[in-house]
Ligand binder design. Structure first.
Ligand SMILES: CN1c2c(nc(N)[nH]c2=O)NC[C@@H]1CNc1ccc(C(=O)N[C@@H](CCC(=O)N[C@@H](CCC(=O)N[C@@H](CCC(=O)O)C(=O)O)C(=O)O)C(=O)O)cc1
Ligand SMILES: N[C@@H](CCS)C(=O)O
Ligand SMILES: [Zn+2]
Length: 764
């Protein structure tokens, strides 16, 4: 019989109960016991739903109190020494200190999980002494068994991927560094699986997603060695080797690995896996765990295509050796569409969040087992047909406008060298100081927005409140002595969602939350149709802010590619076309800002790097499109208008040519949380435009000292010319509270003044 299997379920709870529980604990509103009670209820609720949906193979231990990579680190005592030496399972306070930092210690680095908007805590392996402090996989297995009778499949991050995600001496590990660490780590994995097997666990899901990015076939041996160690320690335990987000290369070698099931992603494989499996043949007696439902997007599956795929899969394995799964953990999609009460029924019928995806999985598994699901299939196909033929998706005017744009020259009027002269009228000092855009989204700001959304206050009252906040913060920025000011983004819930609320073709969900980092969640909007601009979106707020000061105020927009990467994008059109549509809509907004007298416009591009395809062969086309869409947005302005862009959490080295090709006059980039590694990217290249390498980490509540900021500036000035350098924090300040934000900015301005003084006497 074909089985339905899942890989992971969102941890945040249907109403974000998880987020609120974490934050209550951090505020000391609840204690450890209450935290444990609440989070257990959230876990059990998720398991019950999967059970009720008829999922045969249910994942356990996919849950985390913050991040599953951090959980793996703390289980194995891979804990940075600054947080102490441990010989016990960490308390919650000790665990959260690593994730969030403390007054005395910077938080561990955080970065993107493959090409997603989920962030993991990077294991730092300097001087670590691996030992098993905890076996959370066993605890969670036993809990599901005792409470719900679920014989779950513990999800374990595989040892090779764990090490590849880690850092040693501020850099990713070389193979020579990885081998001895793997040798030290494997006995601990052996202990874990021994304990699991001894407690009756039948299957584990060993996630080794790094197999899909593997480019050196010599490293296959590392995975082989790890699997052999696990097999030797627990011969009776069955192992599902799970990959996702792409397909692995070296398939022939991988199919020879000693495991019981191979979990492959058949959604993000560019259609290449099945033909290759057919040609190679699938090893007898093994399970093919086929990810056939898109775990990264929310459109309902095309059942006619999926049923054909299932028939094809059944030519590769028999029905007793096929599991059907989502392509990856459902962590990356919201939980349920049932709370989307304002959504056009045609669109609602066309989307599936985690729970609806489990429903699809059940229908497809029933289909594979020859059950009669014709009615369910017909209903879904009719819904998709209705969405695809709706006028939302067929606006000839949008198509005509994009085609016309692409026929014209999509370049600034003059090269940078000339523009920089035209921009001297901005009259900025050496080492101009600025911020990235957002200021604290305080309780009060959010409460007012909630009251407005619930119609408890009028549009006018809400607008007045936003104006008040803007004015207050313009004054604060003036008092701090910043050079380029911002309006503060108080009117925005989120930099992507906000535009989703304004452009046609978008729908901003009511409750479509997805975890981004720690307790922080985002609501990616749906891009369901053709996108166009009808009226100014950001002009009122920006012009108001500019009216309050003589200093330049930066207009603040989010680029097309970032909007795409942080939204759920229609899957009936190639993404590059959607990007061009959004790029053009934003071009109108840029023009409107310039016409209204705004002289600096920032178009944020934080997700450019994250969306880079995992396989090198697809990257150039992606980057070309990103540059095209960015230029569609930014090239309609005068030479004297300064275009900024901003990126955070990036490994830049491999995309520097594309960054330069964006042709932005100024770029600001995150640096601090990667401990200066991003600065190295500029060591061997000449970057000819202006750049701000973030001088302090904004993700931690910790206020950086003047000295520390100066050190960061000095380090950057070793590779960037002082005349090209800007001073700014790593990213926006929306997650900080007001005293923290002000104290840090005060130190930043003082550090800048001190460095300026050093420059004037030739000390730098
Ligand atoms: C720069 N980053 C972003 C990413 N992705 C995005 N789409 N946007 C980004 O800015 N990816 C990388 C990083 C990730 N960074 C962050 C930073 C901060 C957050 C965050 O703070 N998220 C908030 C939710 C933000 C929001 O939309 N708030 C709403 C309030 C909604 C709400 O909770 N309302 C409640 C009541 C009010 C309350 O109790 O607060 C309700 O309706 O009941 C708003 O501002 O109106 C978070 O809290 O998680 C995310 C990613
Ligand atoms: N302008 C945005 C960029 C975040 S990446 C902000 O400041 O929040
Ligand atoms: Zn940022």
């Amino acid at each position: 019989m074909v089985l339905a299997s899942n890989l992971g379920y969102p941890r945040i709870g249907e109403k974000r109960e998880w987020k609120f529980t974490l934050e209550k604990f951090w505020r000391h509103d609840i204690d450890e016991a209450e935290f444990a009670k609440r989070t257990k209820a959230i876990r059990l609720e998720a398991l019950k739903k999967q059970q009720a949906a008829g999922i045969d193979v249910i994942p356990v231990a996919d849950y985390s109190n913050y991040d599953h990579v951090l959980d793996t680190s703390v289980a194995f005592n891979a804990i940075p020494k600054r947080f102490g030496n441990f010989d016990h399972q960490l308390s919650l306070t000790e665990y959260f200190a690593i994730a969030r930092g403390t007054k005395d210690h910077v938080a561990a680095e955080m970065t993107k999980w493959f090409n997603t908007n989920y962030h993991y805590i990077v294991p730092e392996l300097d001087d670590v002494n691996f030992k098993l402090l905890d076996n959370p996989w066993l605890t969670r297995y036993l809990e599901a068994k005792a409470e719900l009778g679920i014989d779950g499949k513990p999800v374990i991050l595989g040892p090779v991927t764990f090490l590849k995600l880690s850092k040693l001496h501020d850099a990713h590990l070389t193979t020579a560094e990885l081998i001895p660490l793997l040798n030290q780590l494997l006995p601990l994995y052996q202990q874990v699986v021994k304990e699991l097997a001894a407690n009756g666990v039948e299957w584990i899901q060993l996630d080794e997603p790094s197999l899909v990015t593997l480019t050196d076939p010599k490293q296959l041996q590392l995975y082989r060695q790890a699997l052999a160690a696990i097999r030797a320690a627990a011969p009776e335990l069955k192992v599902e080797l799970q990959t996702y987000f792409e397909r692995p290369d070296y398939l022939e070698d991988i199919l020879n690995f000693d495991v019981d099931a191979f979990g492959f992603d058949f959604v993000h494989d560019h259609g290449t896996l099945l033909p290759e499996l057919k040609a190679l043949g699938f090893p007898a007696g093994k399970i093919l765990a086929a990810g056939i439902i898109d775990g990264r997007n929310v459109w309902r599956s095309d059942f006619s295509q999926k049923t054909e795929l299932i028939k094809d899969l059944l030519t590769v394995v028999d029905s007793d050796h096929l599991w059907l799964q989502p392509s990856n953990s459902l962590l990356h999609v919201p939980i349920t569409t049932k709370n989307e009460t304002h959504l056009d029924p045609t669109i609602k019928a066309g989307i599936a969040f985690a729970d609806e995806k489990l429903g699809e999985l059940k229908v497809l598994t029933d289909f594979a087992n020859d059950k009669d699901v014709a009615a369910e299939i017909d209903q879904q196909q009719a819904a998709l047909q209705a969405l695809n033929t709706s006028e939302h998706r067929n606006n000839p005017e949008v198509k005509r406008a994009v085609d016309a744009m692409l026929q014209s020259k999509v370049e600034r009027h003059s090269p940078y060298k000339q523009r920089v002269v035209a921009q001297e009228s901005l009259d900025l000092p050496l080492l101009p100081t600025t911020t990235i855009g957002s200021f604290p989204q305080s309780k009060e700001v959010r409460a007012k927005r909630l009251a407005w959304r619930k119609k408890q206050i009028s549009d006018g009252e809400y607008k007045d409140f936003i104006k008040q906040e803007t004015k207050r913060w313009i004054n604060i920025q003036e008092d701090l002595g910043l050079d380029v000011l911002v309006h503060g983004e108080f009117e925005r819930t989120d930099m992507v969602e906000y535009f989703g609320q304004k452009f046609s073709g978008f729908y901003a969900t009511d409750n479509g939350w997805v975890q981004s980092y720690g307790s922080r969640c985002v609501r990616p909007p749906l891009i369901f149709g053709d996108v166009s601009w009808s009226e100014p979106i950001t002009v009122d707020e920006t012009v108001y802010a500019q009216s309050l000061t003589k200093k330049p105020v930066k207009g603040m927009l989010t680029s097309a590619v970032t909007i795409i990467n942080w939204s759920f994008v229609r899957d009936d059109l190639p993404k590059n076309i959607v990007a061009d549509q959004i790029g053009l809509a934003l071009r109108h907004e840029v023009k409107a800002l310039e016409d209204a007298g705004i002289r600096i416009i920032q178009v944020d591009e934080p997700a450019l790097r994250e969306g880079l395809p995992l396989k090198a062969k697809y990257r150039q086309a992606y980057l070309d499109n990103a540059v095209e869409a960015f230029k569609i947005t930014t090239t309609g302005v005068k030479d004297s208008t300064q275009v900024h862009t901003h990126m955070c959490y990036s490994d830049f080295e491999d995309i520097l040519p594309a960054i330069s090709a964006l042709d932005a006059d100024v770029i600001s980039i995150e640096t601090s949380r990667s401990h200066g590694e991003s600065i190295k990217a500029f060591e061997n290249v000449t970057y000819d435009k202006q750049i701000g390498l973030g001088v302090y980490d904004i993700h931690s509540p910790r206020v950086p000292s003047v000295e520390e900021i100066k050190q960061n500036i000095h380090r950057a000035l070793q590779v960037i010319d002082v005349h090209q350098f800007w001073i700014n924090p790593d990213c926006g300040l929306k997650t900080r509270n007001e005293p923290e934000a002000i104290a840090a900015l005060k130190n930043m301005v003082q550090a800048t003044d001190e460095v300026r003084a050093e420059v004037s006497v030739g000390a730098v």
